[in-house]
Design a protein around this ligand. Structure first.
Ligand SMILES: Nc1nc2c(ncn2[C@@H]2O[C@H](COP(=O)(O)OP(=O)(O)OP(=O)(O)O)[C@@H](O)[C@H]2O)c(=O)[nH]1
Ligand SMILES: [Mg+2]
Length: 482
């Protein structure tokens, strides 16, 4: 291991961002993909303003500032509270005691997630997603307005998981006042409501029983509700309600009976649902590119698709995933995801870590992009597989294609290609026979059609297998006899 300080040592804060790069890889940078920025920063001998400016930008990005791509957020989704019911009586000249006419409270707004193809990040999702509360009821039978729904657009491939609320919140709830006080809090009273009784029955008690009964019924209706949210938002245009607003309270006409002609109480609105959630963006692409930094993943993506990711000869040029669409002459399309480079120890958070692998985790085909002109490229390949397995066991079992990139750097590439192919097959073991290693020059667009044709075949095969799996009913599924 060579410890590589990616920043100038004069700024102590940057020292925290040390990128450790394996010895073999460090060599790769210096021999095949000269990286003036890294080399010069490391030796600290170049005072060129341009280079220093660029290095500063890289540091800035590596520190996470200036990044507007976010693929993981924790949020609190709060449905709006319902508005309170109103206690009011009709007032008019010559009518001394008019009938009750308080309006009901409006329902609280809901929090809704809309799956959109236009969004690519969770950057805009706020921590507190609170919908509007319902309006209170008013006199003269005026019901409160419904609360405004909060609609948040999320990118395709967002996974929503419910998590436990913070301990402080749980404690707060446990410490809340006794149930008797809570019962009282449900009501809105008119002055002297206690006198509102005919001597035989306590009208307020009657009304409480009515409300209790209704609440019991509502609890029973929700008995089968999913205990925890776990959603995979993979269909564009779909709306999902993640927190429902509270119910509005009843105005006093609701409690009008033949015995009680002037009910002097109304109910308050109920609070909306509160869910603590994790939103994780797991890009859905047909093929995912994995490779060490500078292997030429972005160059490859720009060669096969319509995407224009940034390409440069220094490591970690790509900091966010990019999706490109490959267009075939017969209008068939498939998507390819490019992600930042992986290095040895990424699972221990070396380099940029390995959390961005979530963006290739759901790809149907993995495309390993290896710089075949580097020294011992098979070791790069082994590192890649090791990191993929460290991220998620079994990930390397996906259908895979190996792109031996930079095959145009002839002498070195030619010397390595035979052995590389052999060692790759060895790594895959029994399935090695089926693995295709394609020599490519992404920079000069050589052998690209072969790769895209192979990719399409592989993706179509996986899709067909998946469709078949869905079509075959699982055991016991059709046991039902009418
Ligand atoms: N000679 C040659 N150079 C290439 C080829 N493909 C990419 N390169 C060069 O390799 C360097 C790195 O290319 P990128 O596409 O940025 O590499 P990357 O894998 O996306 O790198 P990161 O985003 O940092 O992980 C650039 O200078 C490219 O011009 C190729 O086929 N032949
Ligand atoms: Mg790149």
């Amino acid at each position: 291991m060579v410890s590589f300080q990616c920043a100038r040592s004069i700024r102590p804060v940057i020292l925290a961002y040390t990128i450790r790069i394996p010895a073999n890889l460090a060599k790769t940078y210096s021999t095949h993909s000269p990286s003036p920025t890294f080399d010069k920063i490391a030796s600290n001998e170049d005072d060129d303003i341009g280079i220093r400016g660029r290095s500063r930008r890289v540091d800035y990005k590596l520190r996470g500032k200036g990044r507007n791509f976010v693929d993981f957020v924790r949020v609190v989704a709060k449905g709006g509270a319902g508005g309170d019911g109103c206690v009011a009586f009709h007032r008019e000249k010559h009518i001394a005691k008019g009938p009750p006419n308080g309006g009901n409270g409006g329902r609280g707004g809901n929090v809704i997630l809309t799956v959109s193809r236009d969004e690519t990040t969770l950057n805009h999702v706020p921590y507190l997603c609170a919908a509007g509360r319902g309006g209170h009821g008013l006199g003269a039978q005026r019901h409160g307005l419904s609360g405004k729904n909060l609609i948040i657009q999320v990118p395709l491939g967002t996974v929503v998981r419910e998590i436990d609320p913070p301990k402080s919140k749980v404690q707060e709830e446990a410490e809340e006042e006794n149930p008797e006080e809570q019962r009282k809090k449900r009501w809105v009273f008119y002055p002297r409501y206690e006198e509102n009784s005919d001597g035989k029955t306590d009208f307020f008690e009657e009304a409480e029983k009515l409300v209790d009964k209704e609440e019991k019924y509502l609890r029973w209706r929700q008995r089968d509700a999913a205990p925890r949210l776990h959603l995979d938002l993979s269909t564009p245009g779909v709306d999902v309600q993640i927190a429902t607003g509270g119910r509005g309270g009843y105005g006093n006409p609701h409690f009008l009976t033949t015995a009680n002609r002037s009910p002097k109480f109304a109910t308050r609105g109920t609070p909306g649902q509160v869910h603590y959630l994790e939103l994780e963006l797991k890009t859905i692409a047909d093929a995912g590119l994995v490779g060490l930094p500078n292997a030429g993943k972005s160059t490859f993506l720009s060669a096969v698709s319509n995407a224009h990711p940034k390409i440069a000869s220094y490591p970690f040029t790509t900091l966010n995933p990019y999706i490109g669409t490959v267009d075939y002459p017969d209008s068939y399309q498939l998507t390819v995801a490019d992600i930042p480079g992986l290095i040895e120890g990424a699972h221990r958070n070396v380099g940029l870590g390995h959390s961005f692998l979530r963006h290739v985790e759901r790809s149907k085909v993995l495309v390993y992009v290896v710089d075949v002109a580097a020294e011992r490229p098979w070791e790069h390949f082994r590192t890649l597989r090791g990191e993929l397995e460290a991220y998620r066991e079994g990930l390397t079992a996906r259908p895979s294609l190996v792109v031996a990139n930079k095959a145009d750097v002839t002498d070195q590439a030619k010397a390595n290609l035979g052995e590389f192919e052999m060692r790759v097959r060895e790594t895959f073991g029994e399935e090695g026979e089926e693995v295709v290693v394609v020599p490519v020059s992404a920079k000069y667009r050589k052998n690209i059609v072969k790769v895209t044709t192979l990719l399409r075949q592989m993706v179509e095969k996986v899709k067909a297998e998946e469709a078949l799996e869905r079509a075959i009913p699982e055991e016991g599924e059709d046991d039902y006899e009418p």
